[in-house]
Design a protein. Structure first.
Length: 317
């Protein structure tokens, strides 16, 4: 997952000298951080070190990363007319550092590079909420009182996400992941109304580029019955249900990614991690396509020996 650097001492050393804003906006730093997990661990892919909020810069917003606090977008979106669908050229220009990072990485990697972006609903949550207040009360106000305009804004953000994703793929990313971090705020009916249509539009629009596109939302195991029939390339699940149950519910031709618990990886001993990894692995053996991963990002202070153990057990035959 994207946060793979947060528990590494070399990452913490770099962050002590550089702000998070600088790490995202300076291609040399972003490329260096992207490489860090690969240097330590036997991984099958790299993921661009970036952030889901940065796309807001296209609309002239500022993304703030206060140390130790929730990031936020300022000024918050007050009117639907503030949004528009930018051209690909405008996205390339305003987010040039993202594409410069990809350009630096491609010739230096021995594994495929994964690009990513925030999903429309989650990005709109941050655009609407002052200082990124968790709970996103403004989103609820818009849904309850200005639903038509809310859907219009979702469509604009969705088209912008599609262009951003396509540009990353065209720059050299061999797979793409869409993170809908706050879709868990919605009921099943709202998830079907506001999240799935955007995911499907992104899937269909990116299909001609012929790369796998995976979708993730926090607590999305609760929505598996809604997601499974949508025929995505792959679905990245949280740890809310067992991997075996999720693999059973999702058609076998769809990749299931996940979903070892980051908390377990943080809190348990190495042998417990090895045992739980073997059990997860055996529970889905021969039952469909799996990309081994966590149910969310690696947590800070996760013991390195636990990450080594997790990967070693997955590699063992």
């Amino acid at each position: 997952m994207r946060q793979a650097g947060r528990f590494l001492p070399e990452y913490m050393g770099l962050r002590a000298k550089n702000s998070l804003f600088s790490c995202f906006h300076e291609p040399e730093l972003a490329a260096q951080i992207t490489h860090m997990p690969l240097t330590r661990f036997d991984l099958d892919a790299a993921i661009v070190f970036s952030d889901i909020l940065l796309l807001a810069e296209v609309w002239g917003k500022q993304v703030c990363y206060p140390e130790g606090k929730t990031p936020y977008i300022t000024p918050p979106l007050l009117h639907a007319k503030e949004l528009y669908v930018p051209s690909k050229e405008e996205i390339q220009d305003k987010l040039s550092y993202v594409f410069a990072t990809i350009k630096l990485l491609i010739p230096t990697l021995d594994v495929p590079l994964i690009g990513f972006c925030g999903a429309p609903f989650t990005l709109l949550c941050y655009l609407l909420e002052p200082r990124g207040i968790q709970g996103f009360e403004q989103v609820r106000v818009w849904i309850d009182h200005n639903r038509e305009e809310f859907v219009q804004m979702l469509e604009i953000v969705c088209q912008t996400c599609i262009s951003f994703a396509a540009l990353q793929i065209q720059a050299g990313c061999k797979a793409f992941q869409v993170f809908d971090s706050w879709a868990n705020l919605l009921s099943n009916e709202e998830f079907a109304a506001f999240v799935l249509p955007c995911w499907k539009k992104m899937k269909d629009a990116l299909a001609p580029l012929q790369v796998p596109v995976l979708f993730f939302s926090r607590a999305n195991s609760a929505y598996v019955d809604l997601i499974a029939p949508a025929d995505f390339s792959g679905i990245s699940f949280d740890e809310g249900k067992s991997l075996a149950e999720l693999r059973w519910k999702v058609p076998s031709h769809i990749v299931v990614q996940g979903n070892f618990s980051p908390t377990f990886l943080l809190e348990k001993g190495e042998e417990e991690v090895r045992k739980a990894t073997r059990e997860m692995k055996s529970s889905v053996e021969g039952k469909g396509k799996i990309v081994w991963n966590l149910g969310h990002g690696v947590l800070p202070k996760t013991p390195l020996e636990n990450v080594y153990a997790f990967i070693q057990e997955l590699r063992s035959t």
